[in-house]
Design a protein around this ligand. Structure first.
Ligand SMILES: *Cc1c(COP(=O)(O)O)cnc(C)c1O
Ligand code: SF4
Length: 366
């Protein structure tokens, strides 16, 4: 891309440089891609959700293809602002399930801990767009201390999922303090970080960061990848560093219309992920959040994708397809129907991956 040829490699590799030079206006973007009228409308509108794209991620965009899956995830369209049936600002009722600001306590033994509202780039369909990208809403050190206090006072919590925003946009020093505080709480068995930084800003995954993270095991990281084109050579280096630091890696994907709503794209994506030691974890149905209307698919589409992966590829490569229940009920696993019938005499009729039937004879005396 013309614009970037003069950037010194040491700048390009520097994650602070990448953040400082993010693109967010029509002027920035028309330098590197041909903007469509609808993209101009989206960028020109007083959009409710922040736009910011790292130069690294921006150079992956196709300059002429409006359907480029990279481009569609980060550049707003005019129709983003259109309301739709069922739309909610906080479709997962996170605010209602928040005992202290930033903690979402929905399940008995684990919590979500929102530590920042900053991300490296902003996904147009973000489920938390009500706060993400709003720097006024970012938790203060006092808020973080109150979150830690809550965890300390709740011995039933054995698993903490650090998210945001993107926790890996925090400095090494802040992350170190946070992880140390969590590790100081005896009943917290595992800590996980949810981050899209390895995809948007792989330069952030420095050897120093990995050296820091590995001190806090058992630490798991879930990345967020939607399309095989996101897994570049730079991302491969970042993922190898994390995996070599002993961090089990998972991936979550959001099912997005015209971006990854096909078996072929999903298959390439999961194969790419396992090659890089990342285990596909969840495929999410797109939430009913403002801004995401034009990204939504039917639930049948997700079921179809799973049914065409199961049996056709390694079990390791197949995520669970989940719908995060509107209203805050938690994730609901949706899977293809495989029990076809229960026949007399304890005979269960099952459907195989090719669509044939098989009979499993159950014990009569269990
Ligand atoms: C997704 C989520 C978790 C973690 O759920 P797992 O199914 O264990 O990965 C925890 N708390 C909240 C509020 C969540 O949304
Ligand atoms: S990285 Fe995650 S939190 Fe940030 S904008 Fe994307 S979906 Fe939202």
């Amino acid at each position: 891309m013309m614009k970037w040829t003069e950037v010194a490699p040491q700048n390009w590799q520097n994650w602070h440089w990448q953040l400082k030079n993010r693109l967010n206006s029509i002027e920035d973007l028309e330098d590197i891609i041909q903007l469509s009228p609808e993209e101009r409308e989206g960028l020109g509108a007083p959009h409710h959700f922040r736009v910011d794209i790292t130069p690294y991620f921006a150079q992956l965009m196709d300059p002429t293809d409006l359907n480029c899956p990279i481009r569609r995830q980060v550049i707003p369209l005019g129709r983003e602002l259109q309301p739709f049936e069922g739309m909610m600002a906080d479709s997962l009722a996170e605010e209602a399930q928040s005992p202290v600001p930033g903690i979402v306590h929905r399940y008995p033994d684990r919590v979500l801990m929102l530590v920042t509202t900053h991300c490296a780039s902003y996904c147009r369909y973000c489920t938390r767009s009500r706060i993400v990208g709003d720097f006024q809403a970012t938790p203060s050190l006092n808020d973080l201390a109150a979150q830690i206090d809550y965890l300390r006072q709740h011995p039933e919590i054995r698993d903490v999922l650090i998210s945001g925003g993107d926790p890996l946009t925090l400095s090494d020093v802040t992350l170190g303090h946070l992880l140390k505080a969590l590790r100081g709480i005896e009943h917290i068995e595992i800590v996980r970080i949810g981050s899209r930084v390895p995809i948007f800003l792989p330069q952030r995954i420095t050897p120093e960061l990995c050296q820091l993270l590995r001190q806090f095991h058992p630490l798991w990281i879930n990345i967020h990848t939607n399309h095989p084109r996101e897994i570049t050579d730079e991302v491969a280096v970042a993922l190898a560093r994390l995996a070599d630091a002993g961090i089990p890696l998972g991936n979550q994907t959001v099912l997005l219309a015209n971006i990854n709503d096909s078996v072929e794209v999903q298959r390439q994506l999961v194969h790419n992920l396992v090659k890089h030691r990342v285990r596909p974890y969840y495929l999410y149905q797109c939430d009913l959040v403002a801004g995401a209307g034009h990204f939504r698919t039917t639930i049948a589409k997700g079921v179809e994708i799973i049914s065409k992966l199961q049996g056709y590829t390694s079990g390791y490569a197949i995520p669970k397809y989940v719908v995060d229940a509107p209203g805050g009920g938690g994730k609901v696993v949706v899977a293809p129907q495989t029990i076809l019938a229960q026949r007399p005499n304890h005979r269960i009729v099952l459907k195989t991956y090719t669509g044939e039937t098989a009979i499993y004879q159950e014990p009569a005396d269990y």
